[in-house]
Ligand binder design. Sequence first.
Ligand code: ATP
Ligand code: MG
Length: 632
Amino acid sequence: PPAPPAGVLGGLDPDQRAAAEITEGPLLLLAGPGTGKTRTLTHRIAHLVEEQGVPPEACLTITFTRRAAEELRERLGALLGPSGARVPATTFHGLGLSILRAHPDLVAALRSGPTGAPPPSTALVSIAGDDERAALLAEALGASSPGARRIPRLLQAISSWKRRSPLGPAALSAAGPQPSEEIARAWRAHDAALAARGLVDLDDLVGLAVAVLEAYPEVQEAWRSRHRYVSIDEYQDIDAQQYRLVQALVPETGNVCAIGDPDQAIYSFRGADVGFFFRFQQDFPEARVVRLIRNYRSTRAIVDAALQVIAPSPTLGVRALVATFEDARRLTLHEAPTERAEAEFVVHTVERLLGGSTFFSRDSRRVAAGEEDTDLSFSDVAVLYRTEAQAEALREAFARSGMPFQRRSHRGLVERPAAEAIARAMRQAAQTEGAEGPVLDQLRAATAQLRAEAPPPTAAVPDPDAATSPPSLPPTLDLDGAAEILVPLARACGDDLRRFLLELGTELEVDAWDPRAERVSLLTLHASKGLEFRVVFLVGCEDGLLPLRIARDEDPDVSEERRLFYVGMTRARERLYLSWARERLRRGQVTKSEPSPFLREVEEALLERHRNEPKPKKVEAPAPDKRQLKLF
Ligand code: ATP
Ligand code: MG
């Protein structure tokens, strides 16, 4: 065979390379999971920069989750060295935020409208989380506030209406549907309260950025001319506002590359629509379409089982995916009596895979470097679940075991009330002249709250390994992560305490998740997209959870839930464990469950069935290998 070509495209197969070599004009790359879409995207950019002399700054690359953006930056760094860091690789939210921050005056002018309040003095647009939004809304509605129970529903309604009209009810097209009077009033009050404080919410990040670009053609021109190439990964999850943002930024040359997999569309509940694949072809009729079919990620059994699960779902064109990774291993299907037993199954299996109970004495760094007796490390393992409520039993089981783990939900940016409280205190202090002195007290109070909020110490649970376990940090409080933020920030701000506080108030809004940490990942299925792990546990494979009951009520053929299941399965490289529990605590009630109907789609030959019986009441510190696993 001919020698592979030298240069950055040498790392691609011929189909991927052909796609990466289409550098001019619109390109649509449609392919299944693990076929190297993201790899093709990063190599294509490296090719543009390295071999065609395009400045890295001119290659805008957009994705959906922060973790995915981090991964893009990492891969670009590995391919391009220091110039990789100059490629603007960001999320839609991050891109929106940079646009808003570049033009705070225009944002304020747009939001205040002809009769509105004067723009606030802050020069930094900050993000309000759900708790802050709720407090501001309740305050703004004053005596007519409907109370704590109704506020979250109103916030949700406001959020979905904003997708149609980022500038409020007055800017809604008169022809379309209209909100109720209650919602419209809440919406106006909410947006006015945010605007008066220089705050935006997550929906505003993209919506207001689009509004600014569309209202000020010269600003749009300036942004458009910055980027000669625009690429979007995970394109199947794009919504209308995000599509408008892309359209506003596509360069004259039409160099826009959309990469995605319609079978992995999992955000239609939030307004995403695979119709934007057709829209792309309509808006860019000259677009080249490339498909990839070789899966480089997963074993044959995982690829085949995933294909069997997705088969009933309608496709855009032909669905083809071929495993290249030969391996005889089958999937494990585990039936547990209860959700606690299921969580213990996960923990004990991880212990077993990592070399039994001796792992506490091992140095995780040496494990990661492959110097210990096994080459699997904690960061190779992910546990995926459908709902946040399921995470609790897992968190408990991991905390008891002393194994390092980290948790992230798909809500991402802001989700911790106390972190929000700190952020708010910082922002207020930084905006008030001479208020830096009170700020330390507030910081102390908020930190105390953060600690109080953290889950109780695990000492209450008898733990045979307590003496050797590392102390288990509450998952939300990542001290190293905090130091990583604080130190460089303090350096960059020098003596400017005010600026430091302001930036800190903003930085705290990000959650402390470290993709490189030597920890097991606990993730919602939604947060797992685009990622891969050598070992994946997909827990709660039960009817009512997967598919989720409320989702089935809305969509009887549960196609989005099926795609979500498919996304979860295809995160696994080597080992995939599907588990379900016959009994689970749901909304405070013990509920009986049946296995997920999606499990029935997987042919028996690909599965190895496990089942564990309820443990006898009293057990002595069980060693993982003494576990009763019954095979049938
Ligand atoms: P998803 O749909 O889940 O986002 P993807 O299509 O983006 O998947 P990648 O993450 O780019 O897939 O690739 C999956 C894995 O396969 C990665 O580990 C990647 O490095 C590897 N891979 C892809 N193409 C090749 C190739 N030509 N040679 C070797 N490894 C490859
Ligand atoms: Mg990808």
